[in-house]
Structures are given as structure tokens and as C-alpha cells.
Ligand binder design. Structure first.
Ligand code: ATP
Ligand code: MG
Ligand code: MG
Ligand code: MG
Length: 470
């Protein structure tokens, strides 16, 4: 009854009943935005509707949108496996109004869905509003009957949503659930708001301005609504579990990892099971949307995600490539909602098998080099940049994989030293290329290496990569 698949359907049919067109999830590779690496919110496919640039036959829509947050403005990669609420791939449930309804109906519908359809207890709910948004404040008071203490005014950008330097923007109101004092953490806006006790699960964005240029903001002709609710988070709440990784869908994947490796999914290595389950979803969906692992741009982000999971598979003692074997379990869980997963299944399996087979040729050796290099280091020390670079260049270790590997030992990586080593290697490569002695083959090799970006940095540092037209 409360399974992920039912919750997704319940959300969509609630909004269909309320006059919304059900629209398919768009691809993880944004078709309309070369500056964005991956679709990271439900509104991405509707961007031009908010500004009025594009028209559709409907003015209300609802979606379950595939999202990846592993780069750019929203990068949750390092959190995954270690926080209870972050995935790299997740589904965002959203309802949208394009110049149709605004704050009153948006809040009313949200309140009705979570308290009546989903049955969340009103006493556990609280919300934030942008500090000067008196209208939203009054609406929550009226519609939810909240006392003032449960409507928290926040002055930071957490409650003012913008798409980028320009574009539609506006104040937002986030809905939180208090999971009780058995968990650590304070309410939103407090000093310890990052704990797990108060879980943000829905963000209602009141799109009412357009940032025309960095210094100029004008009112949109027709204010609009954009909301995003994490399916994994609402599922955790409805299933009475405290982590996205304990919901039915993720649990099925985690159990499959345990069965394939013989390692207890609830034992001391549970973070590895979680990372593998999460990264399997991200990898499979990215491949289904046409991304393949490579050394630059989107393909490199995919490779980083895959290899990171593959190191965890190795740590669980998997004797052979593991990830590809889990694909049928994922298809079984999500194939009905996302038929592209079924269509691409053979490609996903082959891509994972090939990548893991290749990476295994250097992984074990790289890990022993890493072990050796940190043997004499202690907590708070940093791995020298040239070692991190050697692991990257010779053993195919993305920098964040090396960081992840050292995380448990609280050892850092000298990132600056890593960058210096990379710059040095590039300069040397160029120098010997321009020298007179080398053969034609070497010339081609260097040219190719530059072109394919074997030493290219863009993909790994997604902040930088996001600004690049891919
Ligand atoms: P958080 O503060 O927890 O990182 P956020 O404020 O960055 O979340 P939004 O950009 O408001 O998230 O996205 C809307 C909703 O999508 C969130 O309320 C949450 O339910 C869900 N969500 C966001 N990031 C993730 C993630 N990495 N994994 C799973 N769900 C997520
Ligand atoms: Mg976030
Ligand atoms: Mg937040
Ligand atoms: Mg939010």
C-alpha cells in the first residue's frame, strides 16, 4: 500500500484529479539547456513555460521526474551512503502551474495531499517561508491552522529559489517532518539544522519574478508554481523508516548486494551496500538516457559514479564484476514506471560489465599503492597530490574516489598538489610533442590524449564542468 510505486501513482492521480496534465519525466540529459549537466529538478523541462517563451495546451502539470545531483550547483555525491536523505539519483514528484493558480491553491493542495491522502500527522509538520513572504505565512496559518511557531521565517537563499544568474525565480516554502527526539538535529534555521530529526521533504516555489540580468529583477506577468517532493523521502516517512535507503525499493537493491557478496547489509559495511545501490540507479538511468562512461563531461561524471561503486564492491569482497548482476533487480523495481530502463537493459548490463572488468585490472593495485602511501599518515593528514595524481592517471582513480577511500581514516587529499601534478604533466606532454624527436605515432597519441581528455579535468570538477557547453 505504501510502496514507492503506489506513492508515485497516488501523487500523480491526486494532481490529475485536480486538473493537472500528467507529463512524462524528461531525460536526465537536459535537451533545452546546454549549461546544465544533468536534470536536477522537475522544473527543468518546463523552464520556458514559466517565462512565457513557450506555450503548451495545458497550464497545470504534474510529473515524477528523474533527477541526478552529482555535479554543479547541487552536488550530493559526497553525501551519498553517509547521510540518510541524499541520493545521487532520485525521483522528484512535482506539480506545476504555468500562470494558472498561485500560492493559495498550491498550499491548499499540498496540505490536502500530505494530511488527507498520505495521512501525515499535522502535529509533526512544520514549514518555512521566505522572511518577507507575509502572504505565504498567512496562508499556512489559515489553511494548516499552524501556530506562528511552526511557520519559520528564513532569510537565506535556502528560501529564495533561482534557476541561475538569470531566469524565473521567487520565494519558496519548504515542508518539514519532525521525526522525533530519538534523532539528532534542530528545526530549520537553527544552528544544528543539518541533523536528521527534521526532514525536509517538499519545496513549494512561488515563481513570481524574473531575474533579467544580475542587477535587475522584474515581476513575472503571470506568477507560477513549481514544487518538488523527493519520492524517496516521502516514502521513508510513509513507511516509518528513517532513511531513504530503508524504503522498499532501495532495500530490494541492498538485499541483492548482500546476496551477491555474502556480506550482511546491516553490518559494519552497510555504507558500501548503500553506495552500490544508489550508484547503480544513477548509472543505469544515465546509460538509458544515452550517456556512456568516458573521460570528459557527463561521461566522466558517470564514470566517477560507476567506479566509486565498484571500489565498494571490491571492498565487499566481490570476486567478479558485481554491478551488472544487479540490473534485473532494478528493472523489476522500476521498469514499469520507466520503460526506458527495460529497453536499455542489455546496454546497461554490457556497459557496467565492461567498465567494471576494465577497472578491476588496475583497482587492486591502485588500492595497495594508496594503502602504502597512507601507512604513515594519521588523522587530519593529507595524501600528497602527486600520489593522488598517479592514482588518477595510471590507475584510473577519479579524485573523489580517492577521497572517498580515505574518508573512513579521516585523511584528506592535497587537491592543490593534485592539480599542480596534472598541470605539470600536461605541460610536459606538450613540450615533448612540440620537440622534433618523436615519431608520428607519438604525435597522434599526444593529440588524441589531449582531445579525449585523458588528463582533462572538466568532468571531475563539476562546478567547472557545468559552465561548459558539453
Ligand atoms: P537538502 O537541503 O536536503 O539537500 P534541497 O533543499 O537541496 O534538499 P530542493 O532543491 O528543495 O532540495 O529539492 C526539492 C526536494 O527534492 C527536496 O525537498 C527533497 O525532498 C528532494 N531532494 C533534494 N535533493 C535530494 C537528494 N540528493 N536525494 C533525494 N532527494 C532529494
Ligand atoms: Mg541539497
Ligand atoms: Mg534544503
Ligand atoms: Mg529545498
Amino acid at each position: 500500500m505504501n510502496g514507492v510505486n503506489e506513492i508515485r501513482s497516488a501523487f500523480l492521480s491526486f494532481f490529475a484529479k485536480n486538473g493537472h496534465e500528467i507529463v512524462q519525466s524528461s531525460s536526465l540529459v537536459p535537451r533545452n539547456d546546454p549549461t546544465l549537466m544533468f536534470t536536477n529538478a522537475g522544473m527543468v523541462q518546463f523552464k520556458n513555460l514559466f517565462t512565457g517563451q513557450e506555450k503548451r495546451p495545458y497550464s497545470r502539470a504534474a510529473t515524477a521526474q528523474k533527477c541526478v545531483r552529482a555535479g554543479g550547483k547541487h552536488n550530493d555525491l559526497d553525501n551519498v551512503g553517509y547521510t540518510a536523505r541524499h541520493n545521487t539519483f532520485f525521483e522528484m514528484l512535482g506539480n506545476f502551474s504555468f500562470g494558472d493558480y498561485f500560492k493559495p491553491l498550491a498550499i491548499e493542495l499540498a496540505w490536502k495531499l500530505i494530511t488527507q491522502e498520505f495521512g501525515l500527522s499535522k502535529d509533526r509538520l512544520l514549514v518555512t517561508v521566505y522572511h518577507d513572504d507575509d502572504e505565504a505565512f498567512e496562508l499556512w496559518r489559515k489553511i494548516a491552522g499552524f501556530p506562528d511557531s511552526r511557520i519559520i521565517r528564513i532569510a537565506t537563499s535556502d528560501n529564495f529559489w533561482s534557476m541561475g544568474d538569470t531566469g524565473p525565480c521567487g520565494p519558496c516554502s519548504e515542508i518539514f517532518y519532525d521525526q522525533g527526539d530519538k534523532l539528532q538535529g534542530g528545526p530549520p534555521g537553527s544552528a544544528d539544522e543539518d541533523g536528521d530529526r527534521f526532514l525536509e521533504f517538499w519545496n513549494l516555489v512561488f515563481m513570481q519574478f524574473e531575474q533579467v540580468s544580475p542587477g535587475e529583477r522584474v515581476a513575472l506577468p503571470k506568477p507560477s508554481i513549481d514544487t518538488g517532493m523527493g519520492l524517496e523521502r516521502i516514502a521513508a516517512l510513509l513507511q516509518g523508516v528513517q532513511s531513504n535507503f530503508d524504503i522498499d525499493l532501495m532495500r530490494a537493491l541492498i538485499i541483492a548486494v548482500g546476496a551477491a557478496t555474502g556480506v550482511d547489509p546491516d553490518g559494519p559495511q552497510k555504507a558500501s551496500h548503500r553506495v552500490i545501490a544508489d550508484h547503480l540507479r544513477a548509472s543505469a538511468f544515465l546509460v538509458a538516457d544515452g550517456v556512456s562512461p568516458s573521460n570528459e563531461g557527463r561521461g566522466y561524471v558517470l564514470r566517477r559514479i560507476m567506479r566509486r561503486a565498484m571500489r565498494h564492491a571490491q571492498m565487499l569482497g566481490a570476486p567478479d564484476p558485481l554491478m551488472w548482476k544487479l540490473v534485473p533487480v532494478l528493472s523489476q523495481q522500476m521498469g514499469q514506471a520507466y520503460p526506458e530502463l527495460l529497453r536499455a537493459e542489455p546496454l546497461i548490463i554490457e556497459t557496467l560489465r565492461l567498465e567494471e572488468t576494465r577497472f578491476r585490472e588496475t583497482l587492486a593495485r591502485g588500492l595497495s599503492i594508496l594503502d602504502e602511501a597512507v601507512r604513515d599518515l594519521s588523522q587530519g593528514d593529507a595524501l600528497p597530490g602527486d600520489v593522488a595524481f598517479k592514482l588518477y592517471d595510471t590507475y584510473g582513480f577519479p579524485l573523489d574516489l580517492t577521497k572517498d577511500a580515505l574518508r573512513a581514516r579521516a585523511i584528506d587529499v592535497d587537491v592543490e598538489g593534485f592539480e599542480t601534478a596534472m598541470a605539470r604533466q600536461r605541460a610536459e606532454a606538450r613540450k615533448s610533442w612540440s620537440g622534433s624527436g618523436e615519431t608520428g605515432t607519438e604525435r597522434i597519441w599526444f593529440a588524441l590524449k589531449e582531445k579525449t581528455g585523458a588528463t582533462d579535468f572538466l568532468g571531475y570538477d563539476a562546478e567547472r564542468a557545468e559552465g561548459v557547453v558539453l
